[in-house]
Ligand binder design. Structure first.
Ligand code: NAP
Length: 456
């Protein structure tokens, strides 16, 4: 084993960085044996050097991150600060000074991964970021390396623990969104400002990274269609249950059936209880990968937290250190397919639409006609009369072609009814046009919710 240590600079020592420090300092003998040389923490950049940090060698702390990455003797820089700047500049400077970089920064990778990869390649160093997607769960390396000989067609994942906790609470207790969010905040699963999680920005960044790697193309966060879960109601969850489904915030990356384009999106969706992702509870993450030769694979585990995320960081650090010792680099960016990212309107999926309608004869036929006009085929319809105390319900299944009205007696003179329509697969643009037309009908008092149905 080489005795001269590999030098590691740590940028950031918060939730993740403190755990990275702990593992490097407490597991040094094992890490050295696995790498083939000892590693030495050469410096730790933070914002507030006087903050109390248990187990962190105070003499290593500095507020000058730029000077640290410019030292010239650093082999690997571990970046766990987060955000775009000054981190992008720090990482670029590290490459220019010959250091490989390990990052947990999904925001930066999803915004500008291509130019960072190019810089790393230009300087003959590594850029690794396993921790940027789904915390401890090995996902980037399996997609990049283990599945490099296969063809991935679909990645479907729960990649945000906060939103999964909220939806799981709503599902198991019948709570509304605000109540479930309050509980997530009280238990430390949601941040004081939960926007990045509940509006889907965090998951969209991860979807961009996953789609790029899975389909060997370039996808940025701006290419990802994003809808958060703030509009999901207890009624949506109850309606999903009636269909044998649950609601999850999903990141979905798909190769088009003709193979000529890809899509990436994040939105709440109903999935059948029989789907493996339906059983992912609490703040756990899971990613379901469909590959041509491998078939269906599921990756499951803790998607955040200091120690789990540090586990992924350390895996990358060991890989980067081994490459440094061997004077080589790992696989870089693979974007050779250059597939375009199609707009959301081209996505084809199923829909669950809940309408408030006048409770009188002929309404169902009118609604069905609108679906037919837009070539959206109805699978099932369920109606619930409100003026009857909500207990009177009927459902029908049909496959009589686009929009053909189901048989049966639905009319009940008087107040309002709730009509739930589930469609067969249709393009998102056709569904949007259908909903616009439905809103114009006098008998449709409102569109209570629209939710996609996935995983079938
Ligand atoms: N937390 C998770 O569960 C998790 C999971 C997956 C990925 N990640 C990613 O990991 C990264 C770090 O997350 P975190 O939760 O550990 O964040 P955090 O607890 O807020 O820690 C950020 C660290 O960066 C330091 N810092 C901020 N600005 C700095 C600057 N300009 N120069 C030097 N140091 C600076 C802070 O210094 P002070 O300590 O002095 O404030 C702090 O130590 C982010 O990219 C995040 O997305 C986190």
């Amino acid at each position: 084993m080489r005795t001269r240590p590999l030098k590691v600079a740590l940028l950031g020592c918060g939730v993740v960085g403190s755990e990275v420090t702990r593992i490097i300092t407490t597991q040094s003998a094992d890490l050295a044996a696995r790498i083939g040389a000892p590693i030495e923490l050469a410096g730790i950049a933070v914002r507030r050097p006087n903050r109390v940090r248990d187990g962190v060698p105070a003499e290593l702390l500095t507020t000058d991150a730029t000077a640290l990455v410019k030292r010239g003797d650093i082999d690997v820089v571990v970046e766990v600060i987060g955000g775009i700047e000054p981190v992008r500049t720090l990482i670029t400077t590290a490459f220019e000074h010959g250091a490989s970089v390990v990052s947990a920064n999904k925001a930066l990778l999803a915004a500008d991964g291509a130019s960072l990869h190019a810089k790393a390649a230009e300087h003959g160093v590594d850029l690794y970021y396993e921790a940027a997607v789904a915390g401890a769960i090995p996902l980037i390396r399996p997609l990049r390396e283990s599945l490099a000989g296969d063809k991935v067609n679909r990645v479907l994942g729960i990649v945000n623990g906060t939103t999964n906790f909220i939806l799981d609470k709503m599902d198991s207790t019948g709570a509304g969104y605000s109540e479930a969010l309050d509980e997530a905040t009280a238990l430390g699963y949601a941040e004081a400002d939960p926007t990045a999680d509940v509006e889907g920005f965090d998951a969209a960044a991860k979807a961009a990274i996953l789609a790029g790697i899975a389909f060997h193309t370039r996808v940025t966060i701006d290419d990802v269609h994003r809808e958060g879960l703030t509009e999901v109601t207890a009624a949506d969850i109850a309606s999903a249950k009636k269909m044998g489904c649950t609601v999850k915030l999903l990141a979905i990356c798909e190769r088009a059936r003709d193979g000529r384009s890809v899509t990436a999106r994040v939105h709440p969706a109903m999935i059948p209880l029989s789907h493996p992702l339906a059983s992912v509870r609490g703040a756990y993450n899971a990613v379901f990968v469909e590959a041509e030769a491998a078939g269906q694979l599921m990756f499951y585990g803790p998607g955040a937290g200091g120690a789990p995320t540090a586990s992924a960081v350390l895996g990358d650090l060991v890989a980067a250190c081994r490459n440094k010792l061997a004077a080589t680099t790992g696989a870089g960016e693979s974007a050779y397919t250059q597939l375009p990212v199609s707009p959301m309107g081209d996505v084809v999926t199923r829909y669950h639409i809940s309408l408030d309608v006048a409770d009188k004869p002929g309404v169902l036929a009118q609604v069905a006609t609108v679906f037919a006009e837009h070539d959206v085929s109805i699978d099932t319809v369920r109606q619930q009369g409100r003026n009857q105390g909500g207990g009177d319900e009927a459902a029908t299944e049909q496959d009589g072609g686009p929009g053909a009205p189901p048989s049966g007696s639905w009319g009940r003179e008087g107040g309002e009814a709730s009509l739930v329509v589930v469609t067969h697969r249709a393009p998102d643009a056709a569904l949007s046009a259908t909903v616009s037309s439905l809103r114009k009908l006098d008998t449709v008092r409102g569109v209570a919710s629209i939710m996609r149905v996935e995983g079938e």
